[in-house]
Ligand binder design. Structure first.
Ligand code: PXL
Length: 283
């Protein structure tokens, strides 16, 4: 018998929804975790019926079952970071907040917590009950180490209609006032910014501009999820917040560069761009 050689990696929990098309949500998160060298755990909040063209059904998981998934993983496996994706409704958000409090997940606690406030799919299909916005503003944001909204989510959360870089700065301040440790205002949806894609990090004291390339692709499904998952992985690996966000940005630039068409609609970013094709090696 041969000895095994595995070493337990850092563990990261995604609290999110499934996408039957395999591009976004938990499918994206778990692949990003694998690509970033961490072990992924999952608390499923909702099952979506979806393909590359749109979302045709949503089935939410009972809030108590979401909380139980978080608790059972945190108490046994232990977590070095957690992130949220599609939480679907206010009852689930409240249950997530309580479970995080009970298990040391959140800003200033042992386990850093990245909140990606998913509200809609790329096609505009709602993934969040409208009345849940207040739960994000008042319950989850104050517990977050980092929040990572896109421009559409920012419009819903703080009513800032961002059109340029100054708008990104103003929105960062408004979002930070809701209480998270830090804010990443993602510029991916700022279509006028033909020169590139600038994300802005703000921790209440310092602004950090994170420039990056913009790619000519409509296939960015799952991009926000992958960025938040990679950033959470960076935190789990012990990086500082700024270093973890840079790690996430470096990862997502390559995932978008390798994005691919799928089905008749929007294809996904490629979360496994870094995986070496071992199957081409001689056996
Ligand atoms: O990319 C945001 C997102 C997150 N989670 C689920 C989704 C989507 C987008 O469609 O379906 C389950």
């Amino acid at each position: 018998m041969e000895p095994t050689v595995g070493v337990t990696p850092p563990r990261v929990l995604t609290i999110a929804g499934t996408d039957s098309g395999g591009g976004a949500g938990i499918a994206a998160d778990l692949r990003a975790f694998a690509a970033c060298g961490v072990h992924g755990c999952l608390a499923v909040c909702a099952v979506t019926v979806q393909n590359s063209v749109g979302v045709s059904g949503v089935h939410t998981i009972p809030a108590g079952t979401v909380a139980a998934q978080i608790g059972t993983v945190a108490s046994d496996i232990g977590l070095q970071a957690a992130k949220t994706g599609m939480l679907a409704d206010a009852e689930i958000i409240d249950a997530v907040a309580t479970a995080c409090d009970e298990h040391g997940i959140g800003a200033g606690r042992t386990t850093p917590f990245v909140v990606d406030p998913v509200a809609a799919s790329m096609h505009g299909d709602p993934l969040l009950a409208a009345e849940a916005l207040d739960a994000y503003r008042h319950t989850l944001f104050p517990r977050a180490t980092l929040v990572t909204p896109n421009l559409d989510e920012i419009r819903l959360l703080v009513e800032h209609d961002i059109r340029d870089r100054d708008g990104q700065y103003a929105a960062a301040e408004a979002l930070h006032a809701l209480g998270p440790g830090a804010v990443l205002v993602k510029g991916g949806h700022l279509t006028g910014d033909a020169d590139g894609c600038l994300d802005l990090l703000y921790d209440g004291a310092t602004f950090v501009e994170l420039p990056g390339p913009r790619f000519d692709t409509g296939h960015t499904h799952g991009g926000g999820d992958s960025l938040a998952a990679a950033t959470a992985s960076g935190l789990a690996r012990g990086l500082s917040l700024e270093a973890a966000v840079r790690f996430g940005k470096r990862y997502i630039v390559e995932a978008v560069r390798h994005s691919y068409p799928l089905g008749a609609g929007h294809g996904p970013v490629s979360p496994l761009w870094a995986v070496r094709p071992w199957w081409d090696d001689p056996a």
